[in-house]
Design a binder for this molecule. Structure first.
Ligand SMILES: [Zn+2]
Length: 455
């Protein structure tokens, strides 16, 4: 995978210069391993090669992808009949029948009775998702606590809790506490044997091979810690770990019915991250660290970011940046944003500047990815959205390159602050359903609960 950039007469500089910063932002946003520049100075190697696909053969991958197409259609648009599924996917009636049989056997779908839109004569049987056919636990780890939730296949929350822990607590101790809370949630739910895995959302970057957190900003003491390894040892559950913004994006996509959503998700909080959903599937990049919106440079003469660049979006327009500025003004309590905006001029000025930086960065991302919807959420976003969203919408209406073809919608997340934990749970469904990828058993049937561990 590479990005091609036609430089024409322009000579690009090295990372750190203004022109180099543009390229660096593109590589960071798209999580590309290499950037090839026509007629210019270099190929920028940023990351090692990507994650191994894990398929034993191309045929196995095609088989699983077909199953996934059928499963996703039923999930998003069901009830659908077998004939509907054949019409919508182009797969033969025989292939659809075999796949539907497997999905029924695995209990992730059910027959619902005759569909209303069948032709004259015998009404075809409808197929719909079985919400209780599979459950997943989601855990979104913040520096001072974790949101933990148990959701069903329809994305509905069955149980949830928040575990606070001291910011200075050792990572391993925090993870052991998380394991106890997850076990407690499982013990309380009569359908705990339907849980197929635990999803964890953490700040990136994440090593795609070891699952370890790699120098996460604002997470001193968590460097090199692989949450999945510790939690799977404690809980004996398959664990998937991903960037928290990607997890939130997947959670947003999972709850949307009736469409194959394509959108860019921006997670605003202490840091700023993003995720890209195309046709209901997440675009992972080479290392699973895609759409690092927070490291788009918006002010090259600005604040030094923890990533090493100057003036990243995260350093200029995040909750972290707001807290930093508040401290300079001697303000420690920012719980009443509206009151602060009304009473202290620096707050209004900060939001005005931050909103413009967000608009600038998101316009860049939309121009790169050609999407028509931007969803913004995150831990503190509901508190501040009134002072950020209008300007962001103005930026995209005025400067998105595609605006005359089709305007870009900008909307706040419906999941709000729960997006991280719900998204982490849906990572499990997104990664492992349907579970007949090896041509047979559901996850867990072979070894009493643990067939695959991914960290
Ligand atoms: Zn940065």
């Amino acid at each position: 995978m590479f990005m091609y950039c036609q430089a024409r007469d322009q000579v690009f500089g090295t990372p750190g210069t203004p022109s180099g910063s543009c390229l660096r932002s593109a590589v960071s946003t798209l999580n590309l391993g290499a950037l090839k520049i026509l007629g210019a100075v270099s190929m920028v190697e940023c990351y090692a090669d990507g994650v191994a696909a894990g398929w034993k053969s191309p045929q196995q991958r095609v088989k699983w992808l077909n199953e996934r197409r059928i499963f996703q259609r039923i999930r998003q648009r069901g009830p659908l009949s077998r004939v509907d599924l054949g019409d919508e996917t182009g797969l033969s009636a025989q292939t659809v029948g075999v796949i539907v049989r497997r999905l029924l056997d695995s209990q992730v779908i059910v027959e619902t009775g005759p569909t209303a839109h069948g032709k004259v004569g015998k009404q075809p049987i409808g197929l719909a998702i079985n919400p209780e056919g599979a459950l997943a636990v989601g855990c979104n780890i913040e520096r001072d606590g974790a949101d933990i939730t148990l959701v069903d296949l329809a994305g509905q929350v069955r149980q949830e809790t928040t575990l606070p822990f001291a910011a200075e607590m050792a990572a391993v101790s925090a993870l052991h506490q998380i394991a106890k809370v997850v076990q407690s949630l499982l013990d309380q739910d009569p359908l705990h044997d339907k849980v197929i895995g635990l999803g964890i959302g953490t700040p990136g970057p994440i090593d795609p091979v070891s699952g370890a957190m790699v120098d996460p900003p604002h997470f001193a003491g968590w460097e090199g810690v692989a949450p999945g390894t510790i939690l799977t040892q404690n809980l004996h559950l398959p664990v998937v770990v991903d960037n928290d913004a990607t997890a939130a994006a997947v959670g947003e996509a999972w709850r949307l019915r009736g469409e194959q959503p394509t959108f860019l998700y921006c997670r605003w909080g202490v840091g700023i991250g993003g995720g890209l959903i195309r046709d209901a599937e997440v675009f992972p990049g080479l290392t699973g660290n895609v759409m690092e919106l927070g490291h788009i440079v918006v002010n090259p003469q600005g604040t030094l970011c923890h990533c090493g660049a100057m003036g990243c979006l995260e350093a200029e327009a995040s909750w972290w940046a707001l807290m930093r500025t508040a401290a300079l003004w001697g303000q420690t309590d920012v719980s009443d944003i509206a009151g602060l905006v009304a009473s202290q001029s620096w707050v209004g000025s900060w939001f005005s500047r931050a909103a413009n930086y967000l608009g600038q960065a998101l316009t860049t991302a939309v121009n790169l990815m050609d999407v028509d919807r931007v969803v913004i959420g995150g831990y503190h976003f509901e508190q501040v959205q009134n002072w950020l969203l209008p300007t962001i919408q103005d930026w995209l209406a005025a400067y998105a390159f595609r605006r005359k073809v089709r305007p870009v919608q900008v909307q706040p997340s419906d999941l709000g602050e729960k997006a991280g934990a719900i998204g982490a749970a849906t990572l499990v469904f997104q990664r492992w359903l349907p579970q007949t990828r090896d041509g047979g058993a559901m996850l867990g049937e072979e070894t009493g609960g643990i067939r695959e561990r991914v960290t």
